[in-house]
Design a protein around this ligand. Structure first.
Ligand SMILES: Cc1cc2nc3c(=O)[nH]c(=O)nc-3n(C[C@H](O)[C@H](O)[C@H](O)COP(=O)(O)O)c2cc1C
Length: 214
């Protein structure tokens, strides 16, 4: 395992009703594959009543679960709805997976949005629906792990590049009273960097302002 300061610290938050079932085996294989790319990885089984403050210690949160009777498994959905997980996911880079038996288009249309609706402000590094036969397919798992790692590295790199302000965003900034202007400017730049945006638009300023007010 590498000790570089860029080492990605990832947590896999998952749920399943079957101890030792296909999802748990998949989570272990994904963890091993990520560790093989140099990442530090932990896993945790979701509980809707858990305290998720430990999520602060991780750079990337990988979330996933099986679909049972058309719904993403309830402790993961419950965590996003009832617990403080969403609060600690603020500005986190996330990756999503589902395990299910439905055809891919249906899963992307019906199941992934059940998670994504809670993550509209997050940078999603990767998302994948795994069919039953892919759950033990080393190549598919390695590909997913490497998509996450590469997207994470790319998001870090964009932090070094200079951010561009669109003319519209610049005009909007100039209309903000001087007292707040610098605060908003810094907040917008920090927010854009966190999210891996290269450009600050009016929407990015609005999002950054909303973050400040939360
Ligand atoms: C009771 C039950 C209900 C299921 N319902 C669905 C479903 O509605 N849609 C779907 O795509 N797959 C469904 N599946 C398939 C599972 O999502 C899939 O087999 C998954 O890999 C199971 O994970 P596990 O082994 O961790 O329980 C269902 C499986 C079970 C056992």
């Amino acid at each position: 395992m590498s000790n570089s300061s860029q080492q990605m610290k990832a947590i896999i938050l998952y749920d399943t009703r079957s101890a030792g079932g296909s999802t748990e085996r998949f989570v272990d294989a994904l963890g091993t594959s990520l560790a093989g790319t140099g990442a530090y990885v932990e896993k945790g089984k979701c509980k809707a009543t858990a305290d998720y403050s430990f999520v602060q210690d991780f750079d990337v949160v990988i979330m996933g679960a099986p679909v049972y009777y058309l719904l993403v498994s309830s402790e993961l959905l419950g965590s996003l709805i009832q617990s403080n997980l969403k609060r600690y996911l603020r500005r986190k880079k996330v990756a999503l997976f589902l395990t299910c038996g439905s055809p891919e288009p249906m899963a992307y249309m019906m199941y992934l949005p059940q998670l994504k609706i809670h993550l509209v402000r997050n940078k999603i590094l990767a998302e994948k629906v795994f069919a039953p036969q892919q759950l033990s397919d080393e190549q598919a798992i390695d590909e997913f792990a490497s998509t996450i790692t590469q997207a994470y590295r790319k998001a870090l790199k964009t932090r070094d590049s200079s951010l561009r302000w669109t003319d519209e965003a610049q005009e909007m900034l100039e209309q903000i009273p001087l007292f707040f202007r610098n605060r908003i400017k810094i907040a917008a730049e920090e927010y854009a960097e966190e999210m891996g945006y290269r450009e600050i638009t009016v929407d990015v300023i609005d999002e950054a302002k909303a973050e400040l007010e939360r």
